[in-house]
Each structure stands twice: as C-alpha cells, then as structure tokens.
Design a protein around this ligand. Structure first.
Ligand code: ADP
Ligand code: MG
Length: 279
C-alpha cells in the first residue's frame, strides 16, 4: 500500500468532500477463489449531499460502503472521511471514529428489543458515556416524526418506524456521514417512503451527508446524485436523478455490460449473471 499523500491537499481545500475513495481495490480470496470486489474505485462525496449507489448484485456496492465506513479494509487505495485517513488508522482509532463520526443503517434494523425507541436512539451516546446534545436530539426526533412513539419497544413499532429509529440512532452523534446499505430492502413502499423522506430531511434540514446503497430507482430518485457500479468499477454518475432517468441509466449500463459479453472480474459466480440488473 502506498503512503496517503492526499491528506494535506484534502484538509486545505475550502469545501473538501466529506468522503473520498482513491483507487480503492478489494480482493477476496486467492487462486481459484480470488474475487476482485473493487477494481480501483475513485469517488468523492460532497458534504451535505444525498448520494445513492446502484449496481447489479455482486458489483461491489456493499464492499465499497464497508471500505469507506471503515468496516472493512481495502486491499489497496485510500479512504478519507472528513479528512481522516480511514485506511491507515489503527484498529483502535478506527473504532473510535466509527462510534463518534460515522452513522450506519442496515437492511435489518438491528434495534435492541428490550430498549425503548428513545433508548435505542441514544444508545451510541450512552455506550460512549457521552452527553446528549438535547437540541440536536430534539431536531432528529422532530425530523424522524416519532415523538409519540419514543416509549415504545421495537416490537410495538411497524417496520418503517423501526427503521426510522435506526436512522435516528445513526444520526444522534451528529456524524460526518451516514452510510445506509439497502435501508428500505425489508420495507413496503409506504414505509420506504417514510424512511427516505427522513433521510432526505436529514440532509436538507440538518445538513447531514448520506450515502445509500439501493437496487430501487424510486429510492435512488430521492438522492442528489447516483453512482453506478459494475464489476467493482464506477461506470456511471447521474446528477439530480428522477425515477425515469435512473431506469434509463440502469438499462444503458446493463446493455453495455451485455455488449461486453458479460465479462466480469468476479467470475461466473457474481449474481449479476442472474439478470437482476434492473431490479
Ligand atoms: P453487492 O453489495 O453489490 O451485491 P458485494 O460488495 O457484496 O456486492 O460483493 C462484491 C463481490 O465480492 C461479489 O462477487 C461477492 O461474492 C464478493 N464478496 C463479498 N464479500 C466477500 C467475502 N467476505 N469473501 C469473499 N468474497 C466476497
Ligand atoms: Mg450488498
């Protein structure tokens, strides 16, 4: 791995991107089982923006998100989040950064069943023995629209409400950036809309930066920008997406991929070969 030469340049820029990936490579396994999940991905995520990442199953979306969020280490390349060189931090520094500066939302809501909604939301602060910023907490709770459900346990909440609690939990520390991997994957369309409306509000009204991985053009249309991945590489970049423009772009990338003869760095095992490109 080469030295992280970009740090100084990033810090000195007037309005630096909130997250940067430089020539990110991730290889799993070796020999016959070698998989190139990321093949030199370079992206910049604008501060205070909502970005969607799309691509066929197996194209590297989760791997990219995990490497950018410090949940996984890249094989090569560098990641900076809010000026922090994620890929070269020690495990201890990374853990601290993840706890305090990064927010996560997963497809499974991962709430603690015995805690109330409010206790789940403030859990990251309680675990870090930090002090709740009441004004910020009130703003998050107001945006999430769950003020009358705060005393309820997860089992007493709908899927959409549970995921909104998970989103509020991701935002409670006022992170530099929130990463959400298919956050609406387990939700019906009404609940998905609630969650996405909240994430959108967190960008527009609370100034947060949000990155969402999704298969769904309707979800991507909530974003300011959509990045398209295929075979571990960025193949498209769409600003101000609409459902129609996302569907058109997905179709175009799928046709280009077919024209390339479905050559894939991931071998024949990638789900992309199962024809779910337009999901
Ligand atoms: P996506 O989220 O776009 O569906 P992933 O990032 O999960 O794609 O996976 C990209 C590629 O890397 C796939 O071919 C997948 O099988 C492979 N992969 C992901 N995680 C692992 C792992 N822990 N070990 C081996 N291969 C993996
Ligand atoms: Mg995935």
């Amino acid at each position: 791995m080469s030295a992280p030469t970009q740090t100084a340049a990033v810090v000195n820029e007037k309005n630096p991107p909130i997250a940067i990936a430089r020539k990110l490579t991730k290889v799993y396994g070796s020999g016959d089982t070698r998989v190139v999940a990321l093949d030199g991905v370079s992206i910049e995520i604008e501060r205070g923006s909502f970005t969607a990442i799309m691509g066929p199953s197996g194209s590297g979306k989760s791997t990219l998100m995990h490497c950018m969020a410090g949940l996984d280490r890249p094989s090569d390349g560098h990641v900076f989040v809010d000026g922090n060189p994620i890929s070269t931090l020690s495990e201890r520094q990374l853990t601290k950064l993840r706890r305090t500066r990064l927010g996560f939302v997963f497809q499974a809501f991962n709430l603690i069943p015995t805690l109330t909604a409010l206790e789940n939301i403030t859990l990251p602060i309680d675990l870090a023995r930090g002090k709740v910023d009441q004004a910020w907490l009130d703003a998050v709770i107001d945006a999430v629209g769950l003020a009358d459900r705060l005393g309820h346990k997860p089992s007493e909440l709908s899927g959409g409400q549970q995921q909104r609690v998970a989103c509020a939990r991701a935002l409670v520390t006022r992170p530099s950036i929130v990463f959400a991997d298919e956050p609406t994957g387990n939700l019906d369309s009404v609940s998905s809309h609630e969650v996405l409306t909240f994430l959108r509000k967190s960008v527009d009204e609370l100034g947060q930066s949000v990155v969402v991985v999704t298969h769904d053009p309707g979800t991507a249309a909530f974003a300011d920008r959509v990045l398209f991945l295929a075979d571990g590489a960025v193949v498209g970049d769409l600003c101000d997406p609409t459902v129609d423009s996302v569907i058109d772009a997905l179709r175009e990338h799928s046709e280009r991929s077919r024209a390339r003869g479905r050559h894939t760095t991931n071998g024949a095992t990638g789900d992309s070969a199962k024809g779910d490109d337009l999901r």
